[in-house]
Design a protein around this ligand. Sequence first.
Ligand code: SAM
Length: 214
Amino acid sequence: MRLRNIPGADEVVANSPYCISQPAKFKGSFKSELFNNDNPLHIEIGMGKGQFITTLAKQNPDINYIGIERYTSVLLRAIQKVQEEEIPNLRFICFDAADILDIFACREVDRIYLNFSDPWPKDRHSKRRLTSSTFLNRYNSILATEGHIEFKTDNRDLFDFSVEEINNHPLWKLDAVTYDLHNDSTMNEGNIMTEYEEKFSSLGNPIFKLIASR
Ligand code: SAM
């Protein structure tokens, strides 16, 4: 998702108390120095307008949440939605997740959510997909031993690619897979819809979900 350039978005993002402007400063100390607690840290990469992670943060005050989105024009929408509220366990980072090893230390993150990630349909761009082995290697470094990844999409090609990347990876394994999340009573329990999920499921598209760990 890339919204047209929105004048002033960079400034709003830079000045929002929800945004971490120099995330690398907290590498290894997000819990102790930023959130001032020892609660688990869950992140969403490619959070878009933030409905999913904001809802989760309100539901689970004892978990720290960080949403990562690379475009200020998109992050601006998430900030506008929460700016009148106080959600102490929620922060955003405007950042390209390709460099995620620069901001999180080894084993610092307890869960990673990937929702409706960009499909990058051309083969030559496959390493940019957030479920490629390139990214799985990065997640392997930052994710706690007991941590896991949760990935949802309505894009069958991207989902099949993701299942294959995990199955072919020497460290990662699939813990659960569904090809129709909204009609899978076990995996859909407590499901929080993202903006894209609402849009595509309302068109009748099935939603695919996998959970992977090491
Ligand atoms: N997760 C939201 C949802 O389900 O409604 C948004 C989905 S949208 C298709 C994908 C989002 O991921 C876009 O806002 C895009 O800018 C962001 N994104 C894609 N690649 C990214 C990356 N490498 N780092 C940070 N954000 C990324």
